[in-house]
Write a protein that binds this ligand. Structure first.
Ligand SMILES: *[C@@H]1O[C@H](CO)[C@@H](O)[C@H](O)[C@H]1NC(C)=O
Length: 215
């Protein structure tokens, strides 16, 4: 091979492998039930000790209380609830939304794309593309409608109906992670300095202090 071809081949291989490891890796065995007694998080429970309960969760039919400041509640079903999800690269959630404005506020999942289906109610959903466009892609969803939020992008769901709303979603990580934008920015511990946030958000420092005191 010519020098340039070799460099291109190395580049393509490197790029392909970085894509392969962008999300959860593929399993190396049938299952690796997370061992609660394990000294490291990636220790598998002995296969002979594994039971059906390690692959099971109950209660996703239960409506969660949405009487909170945003008017929504998430019931997660990831590796923390089902140890058998360990190494499998999937998880799910139920989200309940209060009538007239229940909001799952703008957030991202650093390790997963999400596919959401509305079961009850009417949701305005959307996500924003990365810089420099920051384009909002948004739609109103009714029962039976499905919408996809690509990995890492900021997204939200807002109940624009006057009834309770319910959605379920699947995510391609055993532990998708959640970063709620407002909480991370204005509620970090310890706080990001007001000067940094004032400049970033083009706000008065006093207003930043008010925002921080809400989190
Ligand atoms: C829902 O939560 C609110 C606030 O914590 C509480 O006042 C209310 O009693 C709860 N409702 C139910 C049905 O549990």
């Amino acid at each position: 091979m010519e020098g340039l071809e070799i460099i291109l081949t190395i580049f393509i291989l490197a790029t392909a492998s970085s894509f392969a490891f962008a999300s959860d890796p593929s399993p190396l065995q049938d299952f690796c039930v997370a061992d609660p007694e394990g000294s490291a998080p990636n220790v598998c429970k002995g296969a002979a000790l594994v039971t059906a309960d390690d692959f099971s969760f109950s209660g996703l039919h239960i409506r969660k209380n949405t009487s909170n400041s945003v008017g929504s509640a998430v019931t997660p079903v990831n590796v923390a609830q089902i140890p058998g999800l360990h190494t499998l690269g999937i998880s799910m959630v139920r989200v309940d939304y209060a009538p007239n404005g229940g909001l799952n506020p703008p957030h991202t999942h650093p390790r997963a794309s999400e596919i959401l289906v509305v079961i009850e109610g009417t949701l305005r959903v959307g996500f924003v593309t990365s810089n420099p466009d920051n384009r909002l892609i948004t739609k109103v969803l009714y029962p039976g409608d499905v919408f996809v939020f690509p990995e890492g992008l900021i997204h939200f769901q807002y109940n624009i109906g006057n009834t309770h709303a319910v959605a379920f979603a699947g995510l391609n990580s055993q532990n998708p992670g959640v970063i709620t934008v407002a909480n991370a920015v204005f509620g970090s511990n310890p706080s990001i300095s007001a000067g940094v946030l004032a400049k970033a958000f083009k706000l008065d420092g006093k207003l930043v202090g008010n925002l921080q005191s809400n989190f």
